[in-house]
Design a protein around this ligand. Structure first.
Ligand SMILES: [Zn+2]
Length: 527
Protein backbone atom coordinates (compact mmCIF):
# COMPACT_ATOMS: atom_id res chain seq x y z
CA UNK A 1 0.00 0.00 0.00
CA UNK A 2 2.72 2.44 1.03
CA UNK A 3 4.79 1.74 -2.07
CA UNK A 4 1.71 2.17 -4.23
CA UNK A 5 1.02 5.53 -2.65
CA UNK A 6 4.61 6.57 -3.15
CA UNK A 7 4.52 5.53 -6.79
CA UNK A 8 1.29 7.38 -7.40
CA UNK A 9 2.70 10.47 -5.75
CA UNK A 10 5.77 10.26 -7.94
CA UNK A 11 3.57 9.94 -11.01
CA UNK A 12 1.57 12.98 -9.94
CA UNK A 13 4.72 15.00 -9.37
CA UNK A 14 6.15 14.13 -12.76
CA UNK A 15 2.82 14.96 -14.39
CA UNK A 16 2.76 18.36 -12.66
CA UNK A 17 6.34 18.99 -13.75
CA UNK A 18 5.43 18.04 -17.30
CA UNK A 19 2.49 20.43 -17.27
CA UNK A 20 4.72 23.19 -15.96
CA UNK A 21 7.32 22.52 -18.63
CA UNK A 22 4.58 22.57 -21.24
CA UNK A 23 3.22 25.92 -20.09
CA UNK A 24 6.77 27.29 -20.00
CA UNK A 25 7.37 26.01 -23.52
CA UNK A 26 4.12 27.63 -24.60
CA UNK A 27 5.14 30.99 -23.24
CA UNK A 28 8.50 30.83 -24.98
CA UNK A 29 6.81 29.90 -28.23
CA UNK A 30 4.50 32.88 -27.89
CA UNK A 31 7.49 35.12 -27.28
CA UNK A 32 9.19 33.73 -30.37
CA UNK A 33 6.09 34.20 -32.52
CA UNK A 34 4.74 37.48 -31.32
CA UNK A 35 6.77 39.24 -28.66
CA UNK A 36 5.03 42.08 -26.81
CA UNK A 37 5.42 43.87 -23.51
CA UNK A 38 2.57 41.95 -21.89
CA UNK A 39 4.48 38.71 -22.39
CA UNK A 40 7.62 40.38 -21.05
CA UNK A 41 5.92 41.14 -17.74
CA UNK A 42 4.41 37.68 -17.59
CA UNK A 43 7.89 36.27 -18.00
CA UNK A 44 9.31 38.47 -15.25
CA UNK A 45 6.41 37.94 -12.87
CA UNK A 46 6.48 34.20 -13.24
CA UNK A 47 9.96 34.17 -11.78
CA UNK A 48 9.12 36.51 -8.95
CA UNK A 49 6.24 34.45 -7.67
CA UNK A 50 7.49 31.98 -5.11
CA UNK A 51 6.78 28.36 -5.81
CA UNK A 52 6.71 27.46 -2.13
CA UNK A 53 3.38 28.27 -0.46
CA UNK A 54 3.91 26.78 2.99
CA UNK A 55 6.20 28.06 5.71
CA UNK A 56 8.56 25.59 7.29
CA UNK A 57 8.41 26.81 10.82
CA UNK A 58 6.59 29.54 12.71
CA UNK A 59 7.77 30.73 16.11
CA UNK A 60 5.11 32.33 18.31
CA UNK A 61 5.67 32.93 22.01
CA UNK A 62 8.59 30.52 22.19
CA UNK A 63 6.49 27.80 20.58
CA UNK A 64 7.69 26.27 17.34
CA UNK A 65 4.94 25.30 14.88
CA UNK A 66 5.86 23.03 12.02
CA UNK A 67 2.47 21.73 10.91
CA UNK A 68 0.41 24.06 8.66
CA UNK A 69 -2.71 23.25 10.70
CA UNK A 70 -1.01 24.40 13.93
CA UNK A 71 0.40 27.45 12.18
CA UNK A 72 -3.07 28.47 11.10
CA UNK A 73 -4.37 28.11 14.64
CA UNK A 74 -1.50 30.19 16.04
CA UNK A 75 -2.22 32.91 13.48
CA UNK A 76 -5.90 32.89 14.34
CA UNK A 77 -5.07 33.20 18.03
CA UNK A 78 -2.63 36.02 17.39
CA UNK A 79 -5.16 38.08 15.41
CA UNK A 80 -7.95 37.34 17.86
CA UNK A 81 -5.72 38.67 20.60
CA UNK A 82 -5.01 41.81 18.57
CA UNK A 83 -8.66 42.51 17.88
CA UNK A 84 -9.84 42.30 21.51
CA UNK A 85 -9.73 45.74 23.22
CA UNK A 86 -7.74 45.69 26.43
CA UNK A 87 -7.99 48.03 29.41
CA UNK A 88 -5.30 49.52 31.62
CA UNK A 89 -2.32 48.10 29.84
CA UNK A 90 -1.28 51.21 27.89
CA UNK A 91 2.31 52.13 27.87
CA UNK A 92 2.16 55.17 30.13
CA UNK A 93 5.09 57.04 28.65
CA UNK A 94 3.54 56.92 25.17
CA UNK A 95 0.11 57.87 26.49
CA UNK A 96 1.50 60.96 28.21
CA UNK A 97 3.31 61.98 25.05
CA UNK A 98 0.07 61.80 23.10
CA UNK A 99 -1.73 63.87 25.70
CA UNK A 100 0.92 66.59 25.61
CA UNK A 101 0.78 66.67 21.82
CA UNK A 102 -2.97 67.08 21.87
CA UNK A 103 -2.74 70.01 24.35
CA UNK A 104 -0.21 71.75 22.13
CA UNK A 105 -2.49 71.46 19.11
CA UNK A 106 -5.43 72.86 21.05
CA UNK A 107 -3.38 75.84 22.29
CA UNK A 108 -2.13 76.57 18.79
CA UNK A 109 -5.64 76.56 17.37
CA UNK A 110 -6.94 78.85 20.13
CA UNK A 111 -4.24 81.44 19.56
CA UNK A 112 -4.48 81.45 15.76
CA UNK A 113 -6.35 84.27 14.06
CA UNK A 114 -8.83 83.78 11.25
CA UNK A 115 -7.11 82.10 8.33
CA UNK A 116 -6.49 84.31 5.32
CA UNK A 117 -9.02 84.12 2.52
CA UNK A 118 -7.67 83.51 -1.00
CA UNK A 119 -9.41 84.18 -4.29
CA UNK A 120 -9.49 81.55 -6.98
CA UNK A 121 -7.15 83.47 -9.24
CA UNK A 122 -4.58 83.80 -6.46
CA UNK A 123 -4.64 80.05 -5.93
CA UNK A 124 -4.22 79.45 -9.66
CA UNK A 125 -1.28 81.83 -9.77
CA UNK A 126 0.37 80.03 -6.89
CA UNK A 127 -0.11 76.71 -8.64
CA UNK A 128 1.46 78.19 -11.76
CA UNK A 129 4.52 79.07 -9.73
CA UNK A 130 4.87 75.48 -8.56
CA UNK A 131 5.48 74.23 -12.07
CA UNK A 132 9.21 74.57 -12.26
CA UNK A 133 9.92 71.69 -14.59
CA UNK A 134 10.94 73.90 -17.49
CA UNK A 135 14.66 74.46 -17.65
CA UNK A 136 16.96 76.34 -19.96
CA UNK A 137 20.19 74.73 -21.07
CA UNK A 138 22.74 77.32 -22.10
CA UNK A 139 24.67 75.82 -24.99
CA UNK A 140 26.65 78.91 -25.97
CA UNK A 141 30.39 78.68 -25.59
CA UNK A 142 30.53 81.72 -23.35
CA UNK A 143 27.85 81.18 -20.74
CA UNK A 144 25.82 84.38 -20.22
CA UNK A 145 24.37 85.46 -16.92
CA UNK A 146 21.14 86.50 -18.63
CA UNK A 147 18.08 85.47 -16.68
CA UNK A 148 15.37 83.85 -18.75
CA UNK A 149 11.73 84.54 -18.08
CA UNK A 150 8.56 82.98 -19.41
CA UNK A 151 5.16 84.50 -18.65
CA UNK A 152 6.81 86.69 -16.05
CA UNK A 153 8.39 83.71 -14.32
CA UNK A 154 12.10 83.16 -14.17
CA UNK A 155 13.09 79.88 -15.80
CA UNK A 156 16.01 78.10 -14.20
CA UNK A 157 19.14 77.37 -16.16
CA UNK A 158 20.52 73.89 -15.80
CA UNK A 159 23.25 71.83 -17.41
CA UNK A 160 21.14 68.71 -17.82
CA UNK A 161 17.50 67.94 -18.46
CA UNK A 162 15.49 65.09 -19.90
CA UNK A 163 13.29 65.47 -22.94
CA UNK A 164 11.34 62.51 -24.38
CA UNK A 165 13.62 60.10 -22.55
CA UNK A 166 16.81 61.60 -23.93
CA UNK A 167 19.19 63.56 -21.75
CA UNK A 168 19.87 67.04 -23.14
CA UNK A 169 22.99 68.74 -21.84
CA UNK A 170 25.25 71.62 -22.77
CA UNK A 171 27.83 69.26 -24.24
CA UNK A 172 28.77 65.58 -24.67
CA UNK A 173 25.11 64.56 -24.77
CA UNK A 174 26.03 61.28 -26.39
CA UNK A 175 28.30 60.21 -23.54
CA UNK A 176 25.60 60.86 -20.95
CA UNK A 177 23.00 59.00 -22.94
CA UNK A 178 25.18 56.01 -23.76
CA UNK A 179 25.87 55.41 -20.08
CA UNK A 180 22.19 55.66 -19.31
CA UNK A 181 21.20 53.32 -22.13
CA UNK A 182 23.69 50.67 -21.07
CA UNK A 183 22.48 50.92 -17.48
CA UNK A 184 18.85 50.51 -18.48
CA UNK A 185 19.65 47.61 -20.78
CA UNK A 186 21.70 45.93 -18.09
CA UNK A 187 18.85 46.19 -15.61
CA UNK A 188 16.49 44.67 -18.16
CA UNK A 189 18.94 41.87 -18.77
CA UNK A 190 19.24 41.13 -15.07
CA UNK A 191 15.46 41.10 -14.76
CA UNK A 192 15.34 38.48 -17.51
CA UNK A 193 18.09 36.29 -16.11
CA UNK A 194 15.73 34.55 -13.71
CA UNK A 195 13.79 33.33 -16.74
CA UNK A 196 16.83 31.52 -18.04
CA UNK A 197 18.12 34.22 -20.37
CA UNK A 198 21.74 33.31 -19.72
CA UNK A 199 24.11 30.61 -20.86
CA UNK A 200 24.72 27.30 -19.09
CA UNK A 201 21.58 25.74 -17.62
CA UNK A 202 19.52 28.45 -19.20
CA UNK A 203 17.32 28.53 -22.26
CA UNK A 204 18.27 27.56 -25.76
CA UNK A 205 20.40 30.48 -27.05
CA UNK A 206 18.03 30.93 -30.00
CA UNK A 207 15.13 31.67 -27.63
CA UNK A 208 17.31 33.71 -25.30
CA UNK A 209 18.41 35.84 -28.24
CA UNK A 210 14.83 36.38 -29.37
CA UNK A 211 13.91 37.59 -25.87
CA UNK A 212 17.05 39.72 -25.69
CA UNK A 213 16.34 41.21 -29.12
CA UNK A 214 12.76 42.07 -28.20
CA UNK A 215 13.29 43.49 -24.74
CA UNK A 216 16.89 44.54 -24.28
CA UNK A 217 18.01 45.96 -27.64
CA UNK A 218 15.17 48.51 -27.89
CA UNK A 219 16.09 49.82 -24.44
CA UNK A 220 19.77 49.89 -25.37
CA UNK A 221 19.27 51.85 -28.57
CA UNK A 222 16.31 54.07 -27.65
CA UNK A 223 16.63 57.51 -29.18
CA UNK A 224 20.27 57.03 -30.19
CA UNK A 225 19.52 57.76 -33.86
CA UNK A 226 19.15 61.46 -33.06
CA UNK A 227 22.50 61.77 -31.34
CA UNK A 228 25.86 62.17 -33.06
CA UNK A 229 27.66 59.12 -31.68
CA UNK A 230 31.42 58.87 -31.82
CA UNK A 231 33.28 55.71 -32.75
CA UNK A 232 34.14 55.07 -29.12
CA UNK A 233 30.46 55.43 -28.14
CA UNK A 234 29.50 52.78 -30.64
CA UNK A 235 32.33 50.55 -29.50
CA UNK A 236 31.12 50.88 -25.92
CA UNK A 237 27.64 49.71 -26.95
CA UNK A 238 29.14 46.99 -29.14
CA UNK A 239 31.23 45.59 -26.28
CA UNK A 240 28.16 45.43 -24.05
CA UNK A 241 26.13 43.81 -26.83
CA UNK A 242 28.74 41.17 -27.69
CA UNK A 243 29.30 40.38 -24.04
CA UNK A 244 25.59 39.63 -23.70
CA UNK A 245 25.54 37.46 -26.80
CA UNK A 246 28.58 35.53 -25.57
CA UNK A 247 26.82 35.09 -22.29
CA UNK A 248 23.66 33.72 -23.92
CA UNK A 249 25.74 31.11 -25.74
CA UNK A 250 28.15 30.33 -22.89
CA UNK A 251 31.04 31.18 -25.15
CA UNK A 252 34.25 32.37 -23.51
CA UNK A 253 35.81 35.80 -23.93
CA UNK A 254 38.34 34.64 -26.53
CA UNK A 255 35.71 33.55 -29.07
CA UNK A 256 35.96 35.61 -32.24
CA UNK A 257 33.58 38.60 -32.30
CA UNK A 258 32.21 37.84 -35.74
CA UNK A 259 31.26 34.28 -34.94
CA UNK A 260 29.53 35.28 -31.68
CA UNK A 261 27.13 37.32 -33.81
CA UNK A 262 26.93 34.89 -36.72
CA UNK A 263 26.00 31.85 -34.64
CA UNK A 264 22.86 33.64 -33.50
CA UNK A 265 22.35 35.44 -36.79
CA UNK A 266 22.56 38.68 -34.83
CA UNK A 267 23.40 42.15 -36.11
CA UNK A 268 25.95 44.40 -34.44
CA UNK A 269 24.52 47.36 -32.49
CA UNK A 270 25.79 49.77 -35.12
CA UNK A 271 23.47 48.11 -37.63
CA UNK A 272 20.55 48.23 -35.22
CA UNK A 273 21.10 51.97 -34.81
CA UNK A 274 21.36 52.43 -38.56
CA UNK A 275 18.02 50.69 -38.97
CA UNK A 276 16.50 53.19 -36.57
CA UNK A 277 18.04 56.06 -38.55
CA UNK A 278 16.42 54.74 -41.70
CA UNK A 279 13.04 54.33 -40.10
CA UNK A 280 13.20 57.89 -38.71
CA UNK A 281 14.06 59.11 -42.21
CA UNK A 282 10.98 57.37 -43.51
CA UNK A 283 8.83 59.03 -40.88
CA UNK A 284 10.17 62.44 -41.88
CA UNK A 285 9.68 61.79 -45.59
CA UNK A 286 6.18 60.44 -45.19
CA UNK A 287 4.79 63.05 -42.79
CA UNK A 288 2.40 65.74 -43.99
CA UNK A 289 3.89 68.53 -41.93
CA UNK A 290 5.32 71.03 -44.40
CA UNK A 291 7.47 72.73 -41.74
CA UNK A 292 9.33 69.51 -40.99
CA UNK A 293 9.91 69.05 -44.71
CA UNK A 294 11.23 72.62 -45.02
CA UNK A 295 13.61 71.98 -42.15
CA UNK A 296 14.77 68.81 -43.86
CA UNK A 297 15.45 70.54 -47.18
CA UNK A 298 17.34 73.32 -45.44
CA UNK A 299 19.33 70.86 -43.34
CA UNK A 300 20.32 68.80 -46.36
CA UNK A 301 21.42 71.92 -48.20
CA UNK A 302 23.42 73.49 -45.40
CA UNK A 303 24.49 70.63 -43.19
CA UNK A 304 25.37 67.81 -45.56
CA UNK A 305 29.01 67.90 -44.51
CA UNK A 306 28.45 68.50 -40.80
CA UNK A 307 29.10 65.14 -39.16
CA UNK A 308 26.95 66.04 -36.18
CA UNK A 309 23.86 66.51 -38.31
CA UNK A 310 21.34 63.72 -38.68
CA UNK A 311 21.12 64.36 -42.42
CA UNK A 312 24.82 64.11 -43.00
CA UNK A 313 24.77 60.75 -41.22
CA UNK A 314 21.75 59.52 -43.12
CA UNK A 315 23.39 60.34 -46.46
CA UNK A 316 26.33 58.15 -45.49
CA UNK A 317 24.09 55.36 -44.28
CA UNK A 318 22.03 55.31 -47.48
CA UNK A 319 25.24 55.08 -49.46
CA UNK A 320 26.75 52.44 -47.19
CA UNK A 321 23.81 50.08 -47.69
CA UNK A 322 23.38 50.88 -51.35
CA UNK A 323 19.90 52.34 -50.79
CA UNK A 324 18.27 55.03 -52.99
CA UNK A 325 19.19 58.68 -52.39
CA UNK A 326 17.01 61.13 -50.43
CA UNK A 327 16.22 62.96 -53.66
CA UNK A 328 14.91 59.80 -55.19
CA UNK A 329 12.95 58.86 -52.05
CA UNK A 330 11.31 62.29 -51.90
CA UNK A 331 9.80 61.68 -55.30
CA UNK A 332 9.14 57.93 -55.11
CA UNK A 333 8.52 56.98 -51.51
CA UNK A 334 7.73 53.25 -51.23
CA UNK A 335 5.08 51.85 -48.89
CA UNK A 336 6.22 51.46 -45.29
CA UNK A 337 6.38 47.65 -45.24
CA UNK A 338 8.23 47.56 -48.55
CA UNK A 339 10.75 50.05 -47.19
CA UNK A 340 11.16 48.00 -44.00
CA UNK A 341 11.70 44.84 -46.00
CA UNK A 342 14.26 46.63 -48.20
CA UNK A 343 16.16 47.95 -45.19
CA UNK A 344 16.25 44.52 -43.62
CA UNK A 345 17.52 42.93 -46.80
CA UNK A 346 20.23 45.48 -47.48
CA UNK A 347 21.42 45.73 -43.88
CA UNK A 348 21.60 41.96 -43.51
CA UNK A 349 23.41 41.66 -46.84
CA UNK A 350 26.02 44.22 -45.86
CA UNK A 351 26.76 42.72 -42.44
CA UNK A 352 26.69 39.20 -43.74
CA UNK A 353 29.55 40.02 -46.07
CA UNK A 354 31.36 42.08 -43.44
CA UNK A 355 31.19 39.53 -40.64
CA UNK A 356 31.94 36.56 -42.86
CA UNK A 357 35.05 38.14 -44.28
CA UNK A 358 36.17 38.87 -40.72
CA UNK A 359 35.47 35.26 -39.72
CA UNK A 360 37.27 33.78 -42.74
CA UNK A 361 40.51 35.35 -41.58
CA UNK A 362 40.40 33.73 -38.17
CA UNK A 363 42.51 30.60 -37.82
CA UNK A 364 40.46 29.53 -34.80
CA UNK A 365 37.46 29.11 -37.13
CA UNK A 366 39.20 26.95 -39.74
CA UNK A 367 37.11 23.87 -38.88
CA UNK A 368 33.83 25.71 -39.22
CA UNK A 369 31.72 26.31 -42.26
CA UNK A 370 31.38 30.08 -42.26
CA UNK A 371 29.50 30.28 -45.56
CA UNK A 372 26.52 28.49 -44.15
CA UNK A 373 25.99 31.06 -41.40
CA UNK A 374 23.64 33.92 -42.07
CA UNK A 375 22.28 37.03 -40.36
CA UNK A 376 18.71 36.46 -39.30
CA UNK A 377 19.18 32.69 -39.06
CA UNK A 378 20.29 30.64 -36.06
CA UNK A 379 23.24 28.33 -36.69
CA UNK A 380 22.64 24.62 -36.76
CA UNK A 381 24.50 24.04 -33.52
CA UNK A 382 21.68 25.80 -31.65
CA UNK A 383 18.88 24.01 -33.47
CA UNK A 384 17.73 21.83 -30.62
CA UNK A 385 14.41 20.06 -30.38
CA UNK A 386 12.52 20.63 -27.13
CA UNK A 387 15.66 21.98 -25.46
CA UNK A 388 16.34 19.41 -22.76
CA UNK A 389 19.09 20.78 -20.52
CA UNK A 390 21.56 18.00 -21.28
CA UNK A 391 21.28 18.51 -25.07
CA UNK A 392 21.97 22.18 -24.53
CA UNK A 393 25.07 21.40 -22.50
CA UNK A 394 26.28 19.13 -25.28
CA UNK A 395 25.63 21.83 -27.85
CA UNK A 396 27.61 24.35 -25.78
CA UNK A 397 30.64 22.04 -25.76
CA UNK A 398 30.27 21.55 -29.51
CA UNK A 399 29.99 25.28 -30.13
CA UNK A 400 33.17 25.87 -28.15
CA UNK A 401 35.04 23.19 -30.07
CA UNK A 402 33.97 24.40 -33.48
CA UNK A 403 34.82 28.02 -32.71
CA UNK A 404 38.25 27.07 -31.40
CA UNK A 405 37.37 28.28 -27.91
CA UNK A 406 37.77 24.85 -26.32
CA UNK A 407 41.15 24.84 -24.64
CA UNK A 408 43.44 21.90 -25.39
CA UNK A 409 47.06 21.40 -24.43
CA UNK A 410 48.39 22.88 -27.69
CA UNK A 411 46.32 26.04 -27.07
CA UNK A 412 47.76 26.29 -23.57
CA UNK A 413 51.19 25.98 -25.15
CA UNK A 414 50.46 29.04 -27.29
CA UNK A 415 48.75 31.09 -24.56
CA UNK A 416 51.56 30.56 -22.07
CA UNK A 417 54.19 31.57 -24.62
CA UNK A 418 55.46 28.00 -24.93
CA UNK A 419 55.84 27.40 -21.20
CA UNK A 420 53.18 24.68 -21.03
CA UNK A 421 53.90 21.47 -22.91
CA UNK A 422 51.78 20.92 -26.03
CA UNK A 423 51.92 17.15 -25.45
CA UNK A 424 48.63 15.36 -24.78
CA UNK A 425 48.39 14.79 -21.02
CA UNK A 426 46.24 11.73 -21.53
CA UNK A 427 48.42 9.63 -23.78
CA UNK A 428 51.77 11.50 -23.96
CA UNK A 429 52.22 10.40 -27.56
CA UNK A 430 51.27 13.43 -29.66
CA UNK A 431 50.58 17.14 -29.37
CA UNK A 432 47.03 17.61 -28.25
CA UNK A 433 45.06 19.61 -30.78
CA UNK A 434 41.44 19.17 -31.81
CA UNK A 435 42.31 16.58 -34.49
CA UNK A 436 44.20 14.51 -31.96
CA UNK A 437 41.35 14.64 -29.49
CA UNK A 438 38.59 13.87 -31.98
CA UNK A 439 40.34 11.24 -34.12
CA UNK A 440 43.54 9.88 -32.57
CA UNK A 441 44.03 9.98 -28.81
CA UNK A 442 44.22 6.28 -27.80
CA UNK A 443 42.93 6.97 -24.27
CA UNK A 444 39.62 8.08 -25.73
CA UNK A 445 39.40 5.29 -28.29
CA UNK A 446 36.67 3.17 -26.64
CA UNK A 447 34.35 6.15 -26.37
CA UNK A 448 35.23 7.26 -29.87
CA UNK A 449 34.62 3.84 -31.42
CA UNK A 450 31.20 3.54 -29.86
CA UNK A 451 29.79 6.91 -30.88
CA UNK A 452 31.72 7.40 -34.10
CA UNK A 453 30.48 4.11 -35.54
CA UNK A 454 26.89 5.15 -34.81
CA UNK A 455 27.40 8.38 -36.70
CA UNK A 456 29.14 6.75 -39.64
CA UNK A 457 26.37 4.16 -39.95
CA UNK A 458 23.83 6.92 -40.12
CA UNK A 459 25.69 8.51 -43.00
CA UNK A 460 26.45 5.31 -44.90
CA UNK A 461 22.79 4.29 -44.70
CA UNK A 462 21.95 7.31 -46.78
CA UNK A 463 25.00 8.15 -48.79
CA UNK A 464 27.05 6.36 -51.39
CA UNK A 465 30.15 4.87 -49.66
CA UNK A 466 32.28 5.89 -52.64
CA UNK A 467 31.49 9.52 -51.93
CA UNK A 468 32.37 9.05 -48.30
CA UNK A 469 35.70 7.48 -49.23
CA UNK A 470 36.53 10.22 -51.68
CA UNK A 471 35.68 13.27 -49.63
CA UNK A 472 36.01 12.18 -46.07
CA UNK A 473 39.11 10.05 -45.81
CA UNK A 474 41.77 11.78 -43.71
CA UNK A 475 41.79 12.79 -40.08
CA UNK A 476 41.39 16.48 -40.78
CA UNK A 477 38.33 15.92 -42.94
CA UNK A 478 36.73 13.64 -40.40
CA UNK A 479 37.36 16.19 -37.66
CA UNK A 480 35.76 18.87 -39.78
CA UNK A 481 32.77 16.67 -40.46
CA UNK A 482 32.26 15.98 -36.78
CA UNK A 483 32.75 19.59 -35.71
CA UNK A 484 30.50 21.03 -38.40
CA UNK A 485 28.79 18.70 -40.84
CA UNK A 486 27.87 21.72 -42.97
CA UNK A 487 31.41 21.44 -44.29
CA UNK A 488 30.26 18.43 -46.34
CA UNK A 489 26.71 19.44 -47.11
CA UNK A 490 27.44 19.89 -50.80
CA UNK A 491 30.18 17.35 -51.43
CA UNK A 492 28.35 14.50 -49.71
CA UNK A 493 24.96 15.85 -50.76
CA UNK A 494 23.41 15.60 -47.30
CA UNK A 495 19.70 16.31 -46.97
CA UNK A 496 18.61 18.67 -44.21
CA UNK A 497 16.77 15.85 -42.47
CA UNK A 498 19.91 13.74 -42.37
CA UNK A 499 21.86 16.81 -41.32
CA UNK A 500 19.81 17.09 -38.12
CA UNK A 501 20.48 13.44 -37.33
CA UNK A 502 24.22 13.73 -37.96
CA UNK A 503 24.36 16.91 -35.92
CA UNK A 504 22.80 15.11 -32.98
CA UNK A 505 25.20 12.16 -33.23
CA UNK A 506 28.23 14.45 -33.51
CA UNK A 507 27.04 16.55 -30.60
CA UNK A 508 26.85 13.43 -28.53
CA UNK A 509 30.22 12.09 -29.69
CA UNK A 510 32.02 15.33 -28.86
CA UNK A 511 30.34 15.59 -25.49
CA UNK A 512 31.28 12.03 -24.54
CA UNK A 513 34.89 12.66 -25.59
CA UNK A 514 34.90 15.83 -23.53
CA UNK A 515 33.43 14.08 -20.48
CA UNK A 516 35.97 11.26 -20.68
CA UNK A 517 38.87 13.66 -21.17
CA UNK A 518 37.86 15.69 -18.11
CA UNK A 519 37.44 12.50 -16.10
CA UNK A 520 40.92 11.22 -17.01
CA UNK A 521 42.54 14.62 -16.41
CA UNK A 522 40.87 14.91 -13.01
CA UNK A 523 42.12 11.48 -12.05
CA UNK A 524 45.66 12.43 -13.14
CA UNK A 525 45.56 15.69 -11.17
CA UNK A 526 44.37 13.97 -8.02
CA UNK A 527 47.17 11.44 -8.06
ZN1 LIG B 1 46.18 11.86 -26.48
Amino acid sequence: MATMLRNEKRKLRSKVKMEQALSRQNLYQQIMDNPNSQLFYRLINRNRSNQQTSTNCLKIDENYNYVPEEQRKSFAKYYEDLSVPKENIYENGYLNLCKIRQQLYEQAIDKAEDPEQFTESEVMKAIGKLNTKKKIIDCSKRKSSYSWTMGGKVVKTSDCSEHLGIKRTDGKEHNFNIKERIQTARRTKYALMGSGVHGTNGLNPAISYQIYKTYVIPRLTYGLEVLPLTKSNIEELEIFHRKNLRHLQSLPERTSNAVVLLLLGALPIEAEIHKRHLSLLYSILSCDNSKIKDVMIRQIATNYDNKKSFFSRILNILEMYDLPSINYLQKNLPKRDIWKEEIKKKVNQYWNAQLKSEARNKTSLKNMNIENLEIGKTAQVWNLQNQPRLELRKAIIKARMMTGAYILQSDKHKFTHFVAEPLCQLCNTENEDIIHMVTSCPVLSTIREKYYVEMKMEILDNIDPIKWNTFCCNKMEITQLILDCNNFKETLNISSELMTKIEEKCRNLLFQLHAKRIEVLDALNNK
